[in-house]
Design a protein around this ligand. Structure first.
Ligand code: ADP
Ligand code: MG
Length: 568
């Protein structure tokens, strides 16, 4: 009975690492697989401490069963420490054990080698590396083997030193066997506890990593959503907002400037949109949640046009829905552009027709001119003067028609090295004719020297003509149109100045928009075409206007890099 009691006490002490290790380990949360230095160290330190404590107490309470069999279960803790720990930890544990043994046990020669299991230490320490890499079962086998051998050696030694006078007692042998078995069982228990602690830690690590990855992905997704130029809303099955992107928030803020995302989340979409222009989307979303089908449609809200697409969010490939995603795209601008493009097409058709008709006018004019020539020859010389005037006017009309044709013809993008001055000179008769009709005058202020530039003659003519016509149309009688050229750093500037009423700042912003016109007969295309032509020439157009005094349109053409200036 006493023997059993003592065995139990030793077992309890020997098992102390099984309680100590997980307790401290879970507090500190270290994980040896992680390469973080301090965490790794704290794992080893906890192991070392719990094993040391166990060895110390085991040795303190050690006794001899029946005065022969040494009852001291320090081996499981010692071997666990050697196998799981660093070499340094193993050596410390071994040294401590040996010192204690020497202190409390009278030296027995060979007993020192066998009782302490010293003969096994080198082997245990050497197999530590392989042990750590092995699976749980391999670990169990290795540890059990060492414990079996170690415990057997110390127990059998006591039988060897058995005084010959004593008879071999069956109970003693039985307790000897129990002694060995108990040590192996304690070792197994410690191993299982440590392994499950490590497993738990590993699992926790995985969970942490997974959740970290999840948050990263969620963040990425939110950033992607925010970067999208369309409004995106996620709803749950009840129609409550789960998430919105920045585009929607900005849109919503036009009505509620103080709104923040967190405040929107969790609210019912219907209530959130109530009173807003886009209230209608709440109803659409509800329908989608009810019918569980994707819908997309164009919705006109007042002046604005929206393209919306609402689709249910499904769980995997099942039919089970748990919310909906709404995408709202404001396509007002796109729609306007589409209508404008239609207008341009119609207008270009009209232009082509006009060009065709003008072309047809030239033929009868040529006939008229031919007969006039004939009549002039047959008439008395006193009438020559009149014939010349008529024919000059016919020639001028023909010139204007030619210029118009050159403008109306489809524009090519071919550019040639041109002198801007040449183009202005070519165009000036046409401009003078126009100005004369209106009683206005034209002044040319041309720079003495101008480099040649890669220009498309016809297109630049159109720009100058459009700007000049606008200037003339803006001015009254006696107005003066000035065409000026200047050299600027890296290019050439053309300035078209009038003495008209000027343009108010509010209108200046819209000037280059297609179809912006203040004229009853205007098309509003002139400046838009100018802009597109100038952009095609890598140029810039800008306007300066002084209300009541006049307007200047400035066109800057930049010389392409590596371009050598030509002559004036
Ligand atoms: P359109 O001449 O057919 O109206 P444009 O695109 O050429 O179309 O011009 C757009 C508008 O810009 C004109 O209707 C006019 O109101 C204004 N505008 C253009 N040039 C001038 C100018 N020199 N002075 C005052 N207003 C101008
Ligand atoms: Mg115009």
């Amino acid at each position: 009975m006493v023997a059993v009691k003592e065995i139990l006490l030793q077992v309890l002490i020997a098992c102390s690492p099984a309680f100590l290790f997980p307790l401290i380990f879970e507090r500190c949360r270290p994980y040896p697989v992680q390469n973080a230095g301090p965490e790794r160290n704290s794992y080893y330190n906890i192991l070392l401490c719990s094993c040391l404590i166990s060895i110390l107490i085991c040795s303190t309470f050690s006794t001899y069963l029946f005065g022969i069999i040494p009852l001291n279960y320090f081996l499981p803790s010692l071997f666990i420490g050697m196998l799981y720990g660093r070499l340094r930890d193993g050596l410390i544990l071994a040294a401590v054990q040996l010192i204690i043994y020497i202190l409390i046990t009278p030296f027995k020669g060979i007993g020192f080698l066998l009782d302490t299991g010293l003969v096994l230490y080198p082997m245990v320490l050497l197999s530590s590396g392989r042990f750590k890499r092995g699976g749980r079962q391999a670990k169990l086998i290795t540890l059990s083997f060492f414990l079996l051998v170690g415990q057997y050696l110390s127990t059998s030694l006591s039988f060897l030193t058995w005084p010959l006078s004593h008879k071999m007692d069956l109970t003693v042998i039985l307790f000897g066997i129990v002694n060995i078995a108990v040590a192996v069982v304690i070792g197994g228990l410690l191993l299982v506890v440590i392994e499950s602690s490590l497993d738990k830690e590993r699992l926790q690590m995985q969970v942490t990593q997974l959740s970290r990855r999840y948050f990263r992905e969620a963040e990425k997704l939110q950033q992607m959503m925010d970067a999208a130029p369309v409004s995106i809303l996620l709803l749950d099955q009840q129609g409550r907002i789960v998430s919105v992107n920045d585009t929607f928030l900005n849109f919503y803020r036009t009505e509620h400037p103080e709104a923040v995302k967190e405040e929107l989340v969790g609210r019912m979409l219907n209530e959130t949109l109530k009173g807003l222009d886009i209230e209608i989307f709440g109803a659409r979303a509800e329908r989608t949640l009810r019918n569980r089908e994707t819908t997309s449609e164009l919705v006109q809200v007042g002046e604005r046009m929206f393209y919306t697409s609402t689709s249910p969010i499904k769980r995997g490939h099942t039919d089970e829905t748990f919310g909906a995603v709404i995408i709202i795209q404001d396509i007002t601008e796109l729609e306007t552009l589409r209508t404008e493009l239609g207008n341009v097409e119609r207008l270009s058709l009209v232009g082509q027709m006009a060009a065709g008709i003008t072309h047809e006018i030239r033929n009868p004019m040529a006939v008229v001119r031919g007969f006039l020539q004939l009549m002039k020859e047959k008439s008395p010389p006193s009438l020559d003067h009149y014939y010349r005037i008529v024919m000059d006017e016919l020639d001028r009309a023909n010139g204007i028609i030619n210029d118009f044709l050159s403008l109306a013809q489809s524009r090519s993008v071919n550019k040639e090295e041109c002198q801007l001055h040449d183009i202005i000179h070519e165009l000036s008769p046409l401009l003078w004719a126009d100005a004369n009709l209106r009683g206005q005058s034209i002044e040319l202020k041309l720079a003495p020297y101008l480099p040649t530039l890669p220009l498309n003659n016809k297109e630049i003519k159109q720009v100058i003509l459009n700007l000049s016509r606008n200037a003339m149309e803006a001015m009254e009688d006696k107005g003066q149109l000035t065409l000026e050229t200047r050299n600027i750093p890296g290019g050439v500037e053309l300035r078209v100045t009038d003495t008209g009423p000027g343009i108010p700042p509010a209108k200046q912003e819209k000037l280059f928009q297609p179809f912006f016109t203040t004229k009853a007969q205007g098309t509003g295309l002139g400046l838009a075409l100018c802009l597109s032509i100038i952009e095609r020439h890598n140029g810039k157009i800008s306007v300066e206007s002084d209300e009541g005094r006049g307007t200047t349109f400035s066109v800057k053409f930049m010389k392409p890099l590596g371009h050598n200036a030509g002559d004036a």
